[in-house]
Design a binder for this molecule. Structure first.
Ligand SMILES: [Zn+2]
Length: 452
């Protein structure tokens, strides 16, 4: 048994003091207690509060490689440096990676996640083969490198194995749906616990033809796997879908029975009221990635309308240009403020709590993660925040969650636990020096011979 007693714990949408959280040897929360004997035996986390670990619902770990390397004009004409020119740079970087380089890059991204309080990642993984498209002898070699990186770091991972059938780069592609399903099944068999599990991710409407998409979703339904898909990120994507099928992307998925409660649309920026209604009626989730979307100039997610229609909103670090899920949470609200010239939009009464739920519980639902919430039987995944950190000092019970969501600096995150195991202690991960050193070496090796 492990027990912790912080100054306060965030449970059931409010702060509670004098309550210890107790976990069993299986890493699950066994009970909460205010009994004097339990409080006496609990590890005391003084000056700190405990919160459920953040759930990063959408990441492409390898894109950590190009952070800071695409912030200049590409040579395209005026008004033409967009998502699509960035994507060309991302493709060139993707083709540089050896399995070992991918391992070190993923470890770097996952270290940053842990240091910021993230305890589960949904890794939307589409690097499958060698750069020329030929499969590795172990077909899931690259997915296994990413899982190994998460396990070595102590991060819980949902490996969302991505189907990519056309366009893109040869190393992304699995042209036959039978191969995609058998590769996914093979990987699932290797993931036998809830520290690493498999979901499926048809990349996008443009990358996966409809018949292929339907087969992948049927497979996922039979296995009760989460289904994630980039959806309506860019106007050109919507236009090409209309040209091919005569329908907008969400309407196409709805007509073919693909939307349900296990479905998560990534981005959902270019959606109209009809599509928002369809996503809500299906009880689907939308994962918004504001730090990436602002970096790529994607546009603003109509988060208020989506919430209003019953869609659950989760958050993702996506391109990993910045890894700070609370920044994503605040940007979800701030982008709407800038657009509407108005304040406090997503929830009139409990805005910070609502945004924190997006960063935790909804993400856990989307990924089928056992964490995301302090509740008996769920995983003891949590982080602590230093109440004396300058970014939130002086907060009281009524303003603490707003301080955390809107103003917390990553330096305030002190301890991070996954399954009741301490992964980050006093702001440090025990492998951080080694991870940073190896990553810097990979960066040097790759960029001294190449140019994005
Ligand atoms: Zn993405």
């Amino acid at each position: 048994m492990n027990a912790w007693l912080a100054d306060a714990i965030w449970r059931g949408g409010k702060w509670e003091s004098g309550v210890a959280m107790i976990a069993g040897e299986d890493g699950r929360i066994a009970r909460f207690s205010s009994d004097v004997s339990d409080l006496k035996h609990a590890a005391r986390l003084s000056g700190r509060v405990m919160l459920p670990g953040l759930v990063n619902t959408h990441s492409h770990a390898f894109q950590r490689l190009i952070r800071g390397r695409t912030e200049r004009r590409s040579g395209a004409g005026p008004g033409q440096d967009t998502f699509w020119t960035w994507r060309e740079a991302m493709y060139r970087a993707a083709n540089l990676l050896s399995p070992e380089a991918l391992f070190h890059i993923a470890r770097m991204a996952y270290l940053e996640m842990l240091l910021s309080g993230i305890t589960t990642v949904g890794e939307f993984h589409y690097l499958h083969h060698a750069p020329d498209g030929s499969p590795y002898p172990v077909r899931n070699m690259l997915a296994l490198q990413v899982i190994r990186a998460a396990e070595r770091n102590g991060l819980r991972i949902a490996l969302l194995r991505t189907a990519y059938a056309r366009g893109g780069q040869p190393r992304f592609l699995t042209p036959r749906v039978e191969d995609f399903i058998s590769d996914t099944s093979a990987l699932s068999k290797l993931c036998t616990n809830d520290r690493a599990w498999v979901g499926v991710a048809p990349h996008s409407v443009r990358a996966v033809p409809l018949d292929y998409l339907v087969r992948v979703v049927e497979y996922a339904r039979a296995k009760a796997l989460p289904v994630h898909m980039h959806l309506a990120e860019q106007p050109a994507e919507v236009e090409s879908c209309v040209a091919e099928y005569g329908l907008r992307p969400v309407a196409l998925l709805d007509k073919n029975g693909i939307l349900d409660h296990r479905f998560t649309a990534i981005h959902a920026i270019q959606v109209n009221d009809d599509e928002i209604g369809k996503l809500g009626a299906a009880r689907s989730q939308v994962c918004v990635c504001p730090t990436t979307e602002r970096n790529l100039g994607d546009g603003i997610c109509p988060a208020d309308k989506l919430l209003g229609s019953g869609v659950g909103l989760a958050l993702g670090s996506d391109s990993n240009v910045q890894i700070n899920l609370l920044e994503d949470a605040r940007e979800l609200e701030y982008h709407l403020r800038l657009e509407r010239l108005e304040r406090v939009i997503l929830d009139r009464e409990n805005l910070a709590a609502r945004l924190f739920t997006c960063a935790t519980e909804t993400g856990a639902t989307s990924l089928s993660s056992p964490g995301g919430k302090f509740e008996t039987g769920r995983a003891a995944d949590f982080f602590t925040v230093d109440l004396n950190n300058p970014s939130i000092a002086g907060a009281d019970a009524g303003s603490l969650m707003s301080n955390i969501v809107f103003s917390l600096e990553r330096t305030a995150v002190r301890d991070v636990y996954v399954d009741g195991n301490c992964i980050v202690r006093d702001g440090h991960h025990r492998f951080e020096d080694e991870i940073v050193r190896n990553f810097a070496e990979v960066q040097h090796l790759l960029w001294s011979n190449a140019r994005v």
